[in-house]
Design a protein around this ligand. Structure first.
Ligand code: IPE
Ligand code: IPE
Ligand code: MG
Length: 241
């Protein structure tokens, strides 16, 4: 199944791999966490730019299932940044009519953080503007494995017939089940890889790899990428007409 694109011909759903915080800090002779703080500050502006560009869904990669491999100092600094960020931004997000959701495995996250995530989701539940999805402790393979486990449980419980497992039913078990697939995936910092982000969902996404380090990324740059997307021809395996 493919998604219709936005009315304007622009991407309805943009997903961003926010990379390069560490290098941004190192270039300034500062600890990596300084870069993560600077990166978190960029999110507000980028979210604010979305309505103007016709972007209805924005999904951002904040922490991967592989990021636990980093030093304890960096991991705990990031977790505390997430807690502070959520507590600080909840009101502003609500006032901007932004509906926030989280994807990823919450089981390994600390209770306080999970509580803040739940509260933010609840408090913005009635918002009808931009849909902001934050991928936190998210990995595409992990997501497919967790989905498969739940699907198998439904089969075992007689709720799902194996004959009905297909491209329509399987995604209902993914964390992203209420979201359309991304039309455009952007990665900052010059790396041209997807690092386990939205593997199933990005099957037909367009990709943009830009050199800008995430703390330098602006709404204006997003606007340029959105405009360029409008010039691309998406064929979904068919033939140009
Ligand atoms: C992205 O920036 C943020 C996270 C992965 C949490 P990095 O921390 O990966 O920055 P670089 O890639 O080391 O510059
Ligand atoms: C991907 O960036 C994860 C996030 C942006 C949260 P990484 O910096 O972790 O990816 P690799 O290690 O370069 O593949
Ligand atoms: Mg990185």
């Amino acid at each position: 199944m493919v998604n219709p694109i936005g009315d304007s011909g622009g991407p309805r759903h943009v997903a961003i791999i926010m990379d390069g915080n560490g290098r941004w800090a190192t270039q300034r002779g500062r600890p990596r966490l300084f870069g993560h703080h600077a990166g978190a500050k960029r999110v507000r502006e980028v979210v604010s730019g979305c309505p103007e560009f016709g972007v209805k869904y924005l999904t951002i990669f904040a922490f991967s299932t592989e990021n636990w491999k980093r030093t304890q100092v960096e991991v705990s600094g990031l977790m505390s940044l997430f807690r502070r960020y959520i507590a600080r931004e909840t009101r502003a997000l609500f006032e901007k009519n932004v509906r926030v959701r989280f994807i990823g495995d919450r089981v390994q996250l600390d209770d306080k953080l999970v509580q803040l995530m739940d509260d933010l989701e609840q408090q913005t539940k009635s918002c009808t503007g931009v849909n902001l999805t934050i991928a936190l402790n998210y990995g595409g393979r992990d997501e497919v494995a967790r989905a498969t486990k739940r699907l198998a449980e439904d089969v075992k419980a007689g709720k799902l017939d194996p004959a009905d497992v297909n491209e329509e039913t399987l995604p209902r078990y993914l964390d992203t089940h209420v979201l359309p697939d991304p039309d455009l995936v952007v990665r900052t910092s010059g790396e041209a890889r997807i690092s386990n982000f939205l593997l199933w969902q990005s099957a037909y996404a367009e990709y943009e790899f830009v050199d800008t380090l995430w703390p330098d990324f602006t709404a204006e740059e997003l606007g340029r990428l959105v405009a360029r997307y409008g010039t691309r021809e998406r064929r979904f395996g068919g033939v140009a007409v």
